[in-house]
Design a protein around this ligand. Structure first.
Ligand code: GYE
Length: 331
């Protein structure tokens, strides 16, 4: 009797192993995320100065979520370097597993990064870069080739204004000392050096914001209304500049007059490109969350991620952009 009971039990368990096992396995996977220790990531973000930046923050938040097994500590530096330094030190004190840094400027973070290194916390740099004396201050970087972006804008200018002997250029720069500003500005500077007719008569920083972009453009227009090209280092400053142009009744875009070149090619930027208000818009992709996560996964698995990784990018011409380009835009 005893034996047959055991046998029966065995038989039953053999028959019902699949459903029972499935339930058990299901329970296991359900319990896994909470049971597993989450990875703590401290992210020091530049600020919230532009549409690009807000899309970038969203991408990081979505990627480093609780459901994905992370605890994200996000600190907004409001475009102030001392806040960024303080955030790095806070992450070190909190003993986070990884520090992710979107540097405001290329210079000035060495000391805080050395402290992170001494504390044994890996630093991943995203978007802009740093000019560090010691390459070992970070494990990996992922972002855009800003100089290449500048070169793309210059190539468009050379093509578009090939017949024009003299070209008056106004230059609205991003946050001075940031990689995005340095690369894009260097592209224009070298373009002007190659093209003797190009004159950069006006230049100043609009700190990548719409408000400051408008303010600087108003000043430019008070100094000189005969501008052929506005080389504007991001979409939001271009929106501000467009407001200033409209207030001053200076024609621009498809209808003639001044031509605006912009960078980022966010959805709002592309809408202005399709409308013909921005003549050329060079893409800069902000969706870095999954790229940074891939680096962290590699490190977790004992791998060695690429030290430097550039994101592929394109550009949009008002003459050829389509509605489909905008519909495809996730940011
Ligand atoms: O172009 C601008 C943002 O660093 C690439 O920063 C980024 C730049 C982007 O404020 O809109």
């Amino acid at each position: 009797m005893k034996i047959s009971n055991t046998l029966l039990g065995l038989l039953l368990s053999a028959f019902f192993l699949t459903p029972q096992g499935a339930v058990a396995a299901d329970k296991k996977t359900k319990e896994a995320p909470s049971a597993r220790k989450s990875i703590v990531v401290g992210f020091s973000q530049v600020g919230a100065e532009s549409d690009w930046r807000r899309a970038n923050t969203r991408s990081m938040r979505e990627t480093f979520s609780k459901d994905n097994g992370y605890t994200l500590i996000l600190r907004d530096a409001q475009q102030k370097q001392d806040k960024q330094t303080a955030a790095i030190r806070e992450f070190i004190r909190a003993k986070v597993n990884y520090i992710v840094l979107a540097p405001i400027a290329e210079q000035g973070l060495d000391e805080a990064l050395r402290e992170a290194k001494n504390a044994g916390i890996p630093v991943i740099i995203v978007d802009r870069m740093i000019q560090a004396a010691d390459e070992d201050l970070f494990v990996a970087w992922v972002g855009a080739d800003f100089r290449k972006e500048g070169d793309a804008a210059v190539a468009w200018m050379e093509k578009t204004f090939a017949d024009k002997k003299d070209l008056t250029i106004a230059h609205l720069q991003g946050t001075m000392g940031s990689s995005a500003q340095l690369g894009r500005s260097e592209g224009l500077r070298e373009g002007a050096a190659k093209n003797p007719g190009w004159k950069i008569l006006l230049s100043d920083s609009g700190e990548f914001t719409q408000v400051k972009g408008k303010e600087i453009m108003q000043r430019f227009l008070s100094e000189n209304r005969n501008i052929d090209v506005l080389y504007c280092e991001n979409d939001n400053m271009a929106f501000g500049a467009m407001e200033a142009l409209e207030d001053a009744r200076v024609p621009y875009g498809r209808s003639g007059g001044l031509k605006i070149i912009s960078f980022d090619a966010t959805r709002a930027g592309l809408e202005q490109t399709l409308a013909g208000n921005i003549s050329y818009n060079v893409e800069c992709n902000p969706l870095h969350g999954p790229r940074v996560e891939k680096i962290i996964r590699e490190l977790q698995n004992g791998g060695k991620p690429h030290k430097i990784a550039y994101v592929d990018e394109t550009a949009f011409d008002a003459a050829t952009i389509s509605k489909a380009d905008i519909d495809a835009r996730a940011y």
